[in-house]
Design a protein around this ligand. Structure first.
Ligand code: GUN
Ligand code: ZN
Length: 431
């Protein structure tokens, strides 16, 4: 059935850059988004499209609201939902004090299913329709999140963590079980409905050389499966990598050596890289998840977006909950703006939107499916409410341009500014 949605409609056609390239953005002040069978038919001016609509097309109007593509979170841990906002530690201590104990509770499959359900409701409440998600070492954690996404019709990629060193005994797998369990999960889930699988070595410090080699073997056997890990987040972590892998030129070189740097490999953080790392990452088609709330909260460092984009690396935003402090990509973009400000870089609102939508889709190699309103793409979209909070209402009322409004919503916004979230053309029921 054909349906149409009327509001301001805004989406990116390309990266608007630091200077807001206006050709990269399409904006219809009084716009119409036409959807059929879960896909975009057309986005355009209401005045041009309304007269051509057949009488039986259902029209939903959202006055004073803005329709944008569904947000895409390029890096998040669903098992860390309940330790979000845990006090006082940098990465390696934080893992031991908070993350590992939280993940150990996922030995209970019922608990994993309960958290997966709450987590996806939170994503949808925040306008996030696609995510690349870490599980725990338990294979049933991947089943739990993928089942929950399947029941909601969401496009989602997830994987069980591979981890056999430098971690608590009850969170350890082995090189063999990591390979076998991941392979079984790939066969069960990858390409089913809108779901994908990611081979998920936690990071090079928690996998033996044998396990990294097994992960690489799996990645070679399944070239269209994703790879999802962490890279160069924290200075102490980078120093420890240099001690554990003295024969490798850099942290990224460890992953490259084991066959884990290729298209569809997504690396969270990427804060402490050099030019050679950036050119290898670009040449091999690896992507970065920029996770500003986490980088600030864990005191990790400042992401260099300009250097990454000048090197032609794909970049999307990640919330990195529970190291990150919000599941909202609006709040994440707001922190990204401040991080970049400290680096003398600009983040105009159109580019922030790009990093949360089309740029993220490019980072995940999903831009043929989602990320904007090009005809034929899957109709995942968000209805933004400038008046979602009394303060954002007051601020956007005096804005003199849509860009000014969008910037204010980006800086002030959160789930209160998400009036509705649509997944494949259907309004998500958010419990
Ligand atoms: N590096 C290895 N594991 C983790 C994790 O769970 N969170 C973050 N932020 N970094 C990591
Ligand atoms: Zn992370």
């Amino acid at each position: 059935m054909r349906e149409a949605f009327r509001a301001a409609v805004l989406h990116c056609l390309a990266d608007p850059g630091e200077g807001s390239d206006s050709a990269a953005l399409q904006f219809f002040d009084d716009g119409l988004l036409i959807v059929e069978d879960g896909r975009v038919v057309e986005a355009g001016d209401a005045s041009a499209l309304l007269p051509q609509l057949a009488d039986d097309v259902l029209l939903t109007e959202f006055p004073k609201k803005i329709i944008v593509p569904g947000f895409i979170d390029c890096h998040v841990h669903f098992p860390q939902l309940d330790i979000i906002a845990s006090y006082g530690a940098q990465l390696l201590d934080w893992l031991n004090r908070y993350a590992f104990p939280a993940e150990a509770r996922f030995a209970d499959a019922d608990y994993a299913r309960e958290v997966a359900d709450v987590f996806l409701n939170e994503l949808l409440r925040n306008g996030t329709t696609t995510a690349l998600v870490f599980g725990t070492v338990h294979a049933h954690s991947a089943d739990a999140i993928l089942e929950a996404a399947e029941s909601r019709g969401m496009r989602l990629i997830a994987g069980k963590v591979l981890m056999d060193s430098n971690c608590p005994d009850d969170l350890r797998d082995t090189p063999e079980s990591a390979y076998e369990d991941s392979k079984a999960l790939i066969e069960r889930w990858h390409g089913k409905d809108r779901l994908g699988y990611a081979i998920t070595p936690r990071f090079a410090l928690t996998s033996s050389a044998e396990q990294l080699a097994e992960a690489g073997r799996l990645a070679a056997e399944y070239p269209d499966v994703w790879i999802h890990t962490h890279l160069a987040e924290n200075k102490a972590e980078v120093e420890e990598i240099a001690r554990q892998f003295p024969e490798r030129r850099s942290y990224l070189d460890v992953y490259e050596h084991y066959g884990l740097l290729r298209e569809r490999a997504v690396f969270a953080h990427c804060l402490h890289l050099d030019d050679e790392d950036r050119s290898s990452m670009a040449a091999r088609g690896g992507a970065a998840a920029f996770c500003p709330t986490s980088n600030l909260f864990l005191g990790s460092g400042l992401f260099d977006l300009r250097a990454m984009r000048e090197a032609n690396i794909r970049v999307g935003l990640g919330t990195d909950v529970g190291g990150g402090t919000s599941l909202s990509l609006l709040r994440t973009a707001s922190e990204a703006y401040k991080v970049l400000h400290l680096k003398d870089q600009a983040l105009p609102a159109p580019r922030a939107l790009y990093l949360a939508t089309l740029g993220a889709a490019e980072a995940l190699y999903l831009d043929d499916k989602v990320g904007n309103f090009a005809t034929g793409k899957e109709a995942d979209f968000v209805v933004l409410d400038p008046a979602g909070s009394s303060l954002s209402e007051r601020r956007t009322r005096v804005a003199t341009s849509t860009e000014e409004s969008l910037f204010a919503i980006t800086m002030l916004g959160d789930d209160r500014n998400i009036a509705a979230t649509y997944v494949a053309g259907q309004r998500a029921e958010i419990k």
